[in-house]
Design a protein around this ligand. Sequence first.
Ligand SMILES: [Zn+2]
Length: 377
Amino acid sequence: MTRITERHTLLSETPGTQRVVTIHRYGANTNGKKAYVQAALHADETPAMAAAHHLLQSLEEADNKGLIKGEIVVLPYANPIGLDQFQDDQLMGRVHLGGEGNFNRGWFDLTEMTKDRLAERLKNNPEENTSIIREAMQEALSEVTPTTEFGSLRKLLASEAAKADYVFDLHCDDDSLPYLYISDLNWPDCQDFAADFGAAAVMMAENSGGGSFDEVYTRPWAELARLYPNNPIPQATMSMTVEHRGRPDVSDEIGTKDGDALFKFFMRRGLIEGDAGPIPEPLCNATGTDACEIIESPGTGFVTYCKELGAQVKKGDQIATLINLSAEDPTKSRTPIFAGTDGIFFTRRQHKAVKPGLVVGKVAGTEPLKAGYLLED
Ligand SMILES: [Zn+2]
């Protein structure tokens, strides 16, 4: 057995409270690659925690058999602050109710934090530069002095993830097919995972504008390579956000399948000894995050859908209807909602009540539709 389980306390914000993050570390003394997996940074995204739970069962078995050849770090719950945000028996896990915003935005800019430390240190060898940059990231993060509980969680998670070659941030959507966000810097390297996971859509961007957790470990390698063109800097970290379907999709069957996809990825990369078997046929090609249409409600009321998840739609196809309950003329209460691009309709709302601007669905297309900030809040 190689597993070490650590319990890290967060900064306490109120007298008598102390939250704890559990970290399971497999193969810490191996010299292999390092992977980092965290579940439910958006704390109400239970399918992510189910996937991590089942991954842990498989890792325990592999560890007992001595098959762990790299380091695999798993956080079965990444956000104990969000997990405590029950309101009227509903878990509100996406946004910090204490006012610090969406838990998955505004993560550390490791390029800004490290670039000035590197000028005199970089060498002409990509492996050495990987170690030098990782050290600089750890130095910079060690100098962060959190003043809030969430700040201390940010420092803990980022310090661990920044050491890894592979970072998996496990999430889910509302009512959704499985899909991925990944940097185009890591594609098509990770097509095998998309196929094992059964991703219905894969969205790529180097920078989607929100400082989301997964992006901040991938992007610095490309940005630093552009800043220091005379020193070889490899794309040393692969990082992705895995969207494990919709919030209600929690079962041992789904969790096992999703945990297996992660386990196979680690096998295929040599972190676990064994044969992951043939790679299934991928269900989709990757497309740009800028080609993902986020369809918002044009008004108030509730929506009904006329397309199922997985439908291939054309620009102008109706996907839903907004029903305005306060229309003075009931015959004019129905407003069609259309797809604005060709692609796969892959997310919807679970709860159908809406107000203007709420996201009612997403279509992964191929034509770029936007620039700058590419995500939903
Ligand atoms: Zn999420």
